[in-house]
Write a protein that binds this ligand. Sequence first.
Ligand code: GLU
Length: 395
Amino acid sequence: MSLSRRTLEMEESPTMAVTAKAKALKAAGEPVIGFGAGEPDFPTPAHIVEAARTAALDPASHRYTPAAGTPALREAIATITSGYTAHDYAPEQVVVANGGKHALYDIFLALIDPGDEVLIPAPYWVSYPEQVKLADGVPVAVPTDKSTGFRTSPEQLERLRTERTKALVFVSPSNPTGAVYPPEEIAAIGRWAADHGIWVITDEIYQHLVYGEARFASLVELVPEAAERTVIAHGVAKTYAMTGWRVGWAVAPLAVAKAMNKLQSQMTSNVCNIAQAAALAAITGPQDEVERMRTAFDRRRRLAVEQLRAIDGVELEEPEGAFYVFPSFEGVLGRTIAGRQVTSTLELADVLLTEAKVAVVPGEAFGAPGYARLSYALGDDDLVEGVGRIAELLR
Ligand code: GLU
């Protein structure tokens, strides 16, 4: 068998792999606590499920929709996006995809030519570099650390800009660090991109998950002149506890949206019609459940930070958004844990799963060895028990 270079050179998504392993162990009766994928533990709000039920009973939903999504959903997304960006987006600029991940892949395929460089602030979400590579582009990591609150700057980006730099991936709130950029920093990055003709792919999937004093701010709103080269990636998964429904979208300049539509028309056709009806109910219906879930995440965030900080050798910044904590375990490396000398966070993650039955994603997956990511989108009791087990093992 000779597999393609593409598949041989790419990595499986570590977030998905860790989660699948944790779920399989759990199904086999192991008392595993999964801090793996960022997946809210809440059920999808009832009115959204009801909209899907109604759609499923309507034969009209048993057919294809346009590849880029139902007119009603594209229109609702255009209206909402126009509202928070203060930019006038038409429904034709919206492409509904099979989750935010698929929207991003469409975007990279639509924009990247072989050899084009894409700046990706690190620690980064696992799929950005792999998707850029799939599009024959070159991912260029922009290393950040706690000294800047895991945020990059125009000065740093400028140092890494070359004549092949095509795009920047910008994420705030960030996965995996939970960093939220203040508006003036977003504006500076947006102006840098506009000045140099760099595309910005802004992943806004965690828009509604910010805590404390932090506020989400839209790059397009802050720098209107960047809009002609900015593509927004978004979706319902995180905000409405709809990870399994697979509805995301991109909002893009018209030519990019048309290119994405063309790709989808050949690759996937439309996203499940019924899931699109559910997404429409989610974004146009009552939003009080969103606030209820955000409040729960905020409580768990504070709980996780407090418990982790109490562990000797563990350090972390307080995340301001998304639903991840990203502690440094550097102070733990080199120790012998459960009879094993642990020298990397890859090994630590393995020991935690085997010995403490706790699944975390090692920092190596995000371009940040020495760290690990824990999603706190799980129940309070599991959270306390899981971090307690880590503390116990590292004692
Ligand atoms: N985006 C989530 C995460 O980072 C879900 C898993 C994935 O798609 O990577 O955990």
